[in-house]
Design a protein around this ligand. Sequence first.
Ligand code: ZN
Length: 132
Amino acid sequence: MKIEHLGIAVNTLSASDDLFSRLLGKKNYKQESVEREGVTTSFYELGESKIELLEARNPESPIAKYLDKKGEGIHHIAFGVEDIDSEIKRLKKEGFQFISEEPKEGADNKIVVFLHPKSTNGVLIELCQEKP
Ligand code: ZN
């Protein structure tokens, strides 16, 4: 496992893309919308990890709700795993709660699942596995 990426919720992706490309001294390597999640994402490489900027595509998006409640900032931490199904089993046995126990397609060629922040000290944790 490693920290695969940090997800950051932003109000306006174009403005934040400008900010992060100046901050990191490079452009994003990918912009991708995940229609089902109501988000547009933008990815930056940062050594072994990545930064994922998240913009809401509609008011029902979980990102829109997050921004309403908390404003811009770190939204989730994503741990890269080799075998997402066995990690889900292991963590369920350990008593962790998931937002949904069924892994689904995420951005950047990943299969993802989220742990409920209630069971992880208020931090939204994403597990992600490279698509086979
Ligand atoms: Zn993510």
